[in-house]
Design a protein around this ligand. Sequence first.
Ligand SMILES: O=C(O)CCC(=O)C(=O)O
Length: 256
Amino acid sequence: MSDTELAIALSTFGARAELLSAAEKNELDEQGYLALPNVLDDGELRSLVRRFDELVAEEGDKAGLEAHQEAGTARLADLVDKGPVFDLCWNNPRQLSAVAHVLGWRDFKVFSLNGRSALPGEGHQALHVDWRGAVVPGDYHISNSIWMLDDFTEANGATRVVPGSHRWGRVPAEAMPDPRATHPDQVLVLGQAGTVVIFNSHLWHGGTQNRTDQPRRALHSAYVRRDGPQQTVFRDYLRPTTYQRLSPAQRYLLAV
Ligand SMILES: O=C(O)CCC(=O)C(=O)O
């Protein structure tokens, strides 16, 4: 049965409930997000940044097209196919344990593995959730993680979140007259490059304007309950060479 297959796959990656402390689980439950600092070391960070920049240059105006393009940003998509270096960002045991916690340890799969760089002067988004509408609190379908490839600062377009909003059973597009506006309860998620922030994707969140002259780069790895749709349907996209290099557990997570 698939829950058992997920359990086997997750244990292959070393993910298990005990990898998170009670306080960390509580933060995910109550605030809707959890920052895990220093998950990537300097060498890993350099390799990811190098590959990120190469892809942005190589793909040019087609970058991100498989999923989504956004004015004022450089976006990348289908990164599972674009280098084993990105495995670091969808196979991490603590990340997967946190995602599993958000999704109640129900069976899940990868929704997408994308990149987003907020360009200087750009990057402000409306507050949103990554799901089609509101859900009953506790019945969560999707969880995301933001891997900081640059420090997230007050100035460079750090993600804003409204703590606890995943439990409100409402989405910004319905509840706010202008979801692009500042929310009185929003906070910026700040951290050093190498941090990953796992969040419940029903949490109200969005990018902010990058007011520096340097790009603010991040990877997003998202997971959805097994019965939900994938943004990148890996069964259709996955290159044969990628399929060959993947383990059974990785294939299971991608649903290929
Ligand atoms: O990169 C960020 O700061 C958040 C991006 C985001 O929420 C999105 O693109 O849906």
